[in-house]
Design a protein around this ligand. Sequence first.
Ligand SMILES: C[S@@+](CC[C@H](N)C(=O)[O-])C[C@H]1O[C@@H](n2cnc3c(N)ncnc32)[C@H](O)[C@@H]1O
Length: 497
Amino acid sequence: MLGLPLDEVLLALLSERVAKELGLDFGGAKTEDLRRLLTLAALEQAGTSAMTWLRRLALESWTAEQRRALAAQLTVGETYFFREPEALAYLAAQHLSPLIQRRRGEGARRLRLWSAGCCTGEEAYTLAILAMRMLPDAKDWQLDIIGSDVNADFLARARQGVYGDWSFRQDAASLKAGHFHPAARGRWQLKPEPGRHVRFLWHNLADGDFPDAERGLAGCDLILCRNALMYFTPARAKAALERLLACLAPEGLLLLSAVESGLAEQAGLAGSLIPGGYALGAKASTLARPRPEPQPMAAPPPPAPAAPRIAAPSRAPAPRPAPAAPRLARDWPEARAALERGDWREARERLERHLREDRPSLGREAELTRLLARALAQLHELPAARDCLEHSLSLDRFQPEAYWLLALIDQDLGAPRSAQENLQKLLYLAPDFILAHYLSGLLLQRQGRTAKAAKAFREGLGLLRSQPAESLVPEGDGMSCAQLTALMESQLTATSS
Ligand SMILES: C[S@@+](CC[C@H](N)C(=O)[O-])C[C@H]1O[C@@H](n2cnc3c(N)ncnc32)[C@H](O)[C@@H]1O
């Protein structure tokens, strides 16, 4: 448990402030997440002045710097290349292809595509790859592809264009062969050609500063804003949707994920379910009509204005395609058994397939990728294990075990500073994690920071005192508390002498 007394009033004020500044909804059941995320952020950002920092955060408008720092703490990063391929194929065939033909005929060879809430860039680069595939004469086109996000850390990774296997869950072999070079540590670097059409910019969908022609956030032929507004309060989602629609060219389209169709409909916007998504035309706002009152004598309504090709102007969404019968999560029990008996290769294979084919919920995905990281670390695939852990933590930041594994991997990779940072985060979350005190002491000792090292050993020994001598140390691979006590005592003596 973290020790900050975040009372309910302060928490409610913080929740309101977060909704105002970033659009994010931490009401209801998510309030506990907010309490823990903000406590972690406060301890990281402000140390001993954490409470003062939180009070100011609740009561004052945020500076740009605070908005950036908090966005990095509160947003969820989950994405991969060609996510929902059916939606992309549908848009390519039904929207982009006729649009490209028309523009060619008119001699207006330009396209502007925007991935709003692009995370680490996979979606924006997907748009670039898609456009390249559709435009053999791409060099004659003015192709402007924008990726924007409120999380500056994600954007920095997007600009690098280097990805681990985790980003390739669709069509991996042909994507890698066609558009990537192998890079260090088993990663993949995007080739220059699709990359040169893409620019990334920091942008907050909860701000009122768009459309913005100067930054190119206007006149868009296609906007993908998927899996971002689902974290917004309905009021902020509505405002963002209306601004996004205003950023479309007259025949442009906005694509949301299928689960976000409810947000659009709640906002009174008229769109259509398409395979793998929900599409809205530029006129969706003006097409929205209040539910008619029963008025027997009322004149018939005027015909609706022409709708874009695929977004039929109807408040009643097209019937959803019947969902495929849910696959049984066959691989999970076998993966768990393999983990228990230490068959890391089998565990890896099962976990990877389970993740790829069974589409678990985000919380479950966080747990499964953490377990996959453990198997990969045991197989000495440390960079891949690290990628998995970062992915897992981007879905759920409250996993002490994940920080522990990261610290061990960083230590093995010769990155003691990063290992120490991860131990610090772990100890914010789980101050009783005995081995973290021990490893922290060892790392500090090696850096010559003897006073801090001694403090870490003393804290570990204090925790050990309350444990039965023969009980096993959690995560200690069979080490008993008595054995760890002896080890820590000898380190403490060495540090103090
Ligand atoms: C789950 S990811 C989705 C990424 C990608 N669109 C996809 O569907 O694969 C959600 C993204 O929305 C971003 N986001 C959250 N709040 C935002 C805001 N207020 N403005 C802009 N982006 C935001 C997050 O930082 C995160 O990168």
